[in-house]
Design a protein around this ligand. Sequence first.
Ligand code: LLP
Length: 431
Amino acid sequence: YGTTGVNKQGHLEIGGVDSLELAKNFGTPLYVYDVSLIRERASGFKKAFAEQNVKAQVAYASKAFSTVAMVQLAEEEGLSLDVVSGGELYTALAAGFPAERIHFHGNNKSREELEMALDNQIGCIVIDNFYEIELLKTICLEKSAKVNVLLRVTPGIEAHTHDYILTGQEDSKFGFDLQNGQAEKALAAVMAFESFDVLGLHCHIGSQIFETTGFLLAARKIVEKLAEWKAKVAFEAKVLNLGGGFGIRYTKEDEPIPPSQYVSAIIKEVKLLIEQYSLEMPEIWIEPGRSLVGDAGMTLYKIGSSKDVPNVRKYLAVDGGMSDNIRPALYQAKYEAVLANKPLAQNTETVSIAGKCCESGDMLIWDLPLPRAEEDDILAVFCTGAYGYSMANNYNRIPRPAVVFVENGNATLVVKRETYEDLIKHDLPLK
Ligand code: LLP
């Protein structure tokens, strides 16, 4: 995984730093990010566009992992940024991210959130529904503001992934339906309002997708529509945003293609379609989240109690769980892990890794081959970089872990561990 390796002491190392040192210095549970791998992923995407000479924006979907340092890293790598809430927008602005490269998503943006976006003159708003068209129009009039918009459409594609993370199919809470006339109505409404610069269309068909087929189908449906709209209402898209969703390898069973290959396939298809329908080549935007940060992150836990259920299984409990990684409980997501102090040990037993939350479903990994673990051993769970910290919570009033960035042998704390005081910071006494 990334720049993980085994050092002279036989310990798992990441970004040139001993994982046991990280656990000792920063405590556990601990999210650790390999910064050079994030940089590599970012340049991989950008290179794929550059090679094919296509104007593009690669926007990091910050919902995957949003913190000030991460946003600054995205900035350093020349990425744009996709935010989906006032909180993510606030983080981006606080990090000093250039507002003109921020894209704002969401199916129920509030008046306050939209005002914040306009006041800060962000790059574009991805309009999701008719309610939002009206609300944004009102706010633009009040503020005499102009804004770039994209229309989010649902092309009616069912990507092969977990049901909860499907988003481009017809029966979805997101976007304007491309097939039933909704998108056309929305287009008429936004084109008629002069304070909107309608840049183009957006779609996002799902997440953790392993095939290019869905993206190509979505591109086809959209470009066909664009051809129709050019003839009917003289609309020409300057931007075609095909969302994120590129799958990554969590376990040996996953077989994703390299992220840049999704991009190459998409570009090839769009170019063909554009030529076929004699349209102007739009800028292609994408919004990867998971594929930029997923495999760059790992979580270090300390092993505590264990329980043998004779002839059934052995449970090993760690000092975190669904409070720092809810994905196994929510999506039956699978992970691989090693003991950080003996990552290469051969003689293993099969154990199941339990979290510490008061809930039977709080299991991180079922049936993991692991050398015999001792008290205080450190377990390293790989590929927790996306939707781990960002979906972390305080269930059971467990403080959220710290986050550390490692690169070239250096470790930098980028999010402090929550304290018990933090937990009751907003509580007020009864009297
Ligand atoms: N763009 C839009 C409009 C999205 O809705 C999403 C993800 C992305 C981009 C980034 O997708 P990615 O490249 O990360 O797959 N919590 C779930 C994933 C939810 C994804 C929601 N939307 C998980 O832990 O698997």
